[in-house]
Write a protein of this length. Structure first.
Length: 103
């Protein structure tokens, strides 16, 4: 993958974007593994959303966005959606795991 200042055409740009998108998706997959792993430490379905944790996460993501020169409002909305989706996935996973361990 060529650096942005080394590209010589649109093909290089598209290849780099595809490569980065693949890496983002791989990272999301790794994040999902951690989300599912966290389920084992949650005592109840109601404990999963952890709004106090989300309240700490979003400002940090805004800060990271600013540091990267990105629109902090957009990144906050993006991560709010990402977090909501992962919470829903963890709740589903937790419920399935509990069904499997029921007496």
């Amino acid at each position: 993958m060529k650096a942005p200042n080394e590209v010589t055409g649109l093909n290089d740009v598209r290849e780099a974007i595809d490569h980065l998108d693949q890496r983002i998706i791989e990272c999301m997959g790794m994040r999902m593994l951690y989300v599912k792993s966290a389920a084992q430490f949650k005592p109840s379905l109601q404990s999963i959303p952890a709004p106090e944790r989300v309240a700490r996460m979003l400002p940090q993501r805004r800060e990271w966005a600013c540091q990267a020169g990105l629109d902090a409002d957009y990144i906050e909305k993006l991560f709010a959606g990402i977090i909501d989706w992962y919470i829903a996935q963890q709740m589903d996973y937790w419920s399935i795991q509990q069904q499997g361990t029921a007496p």
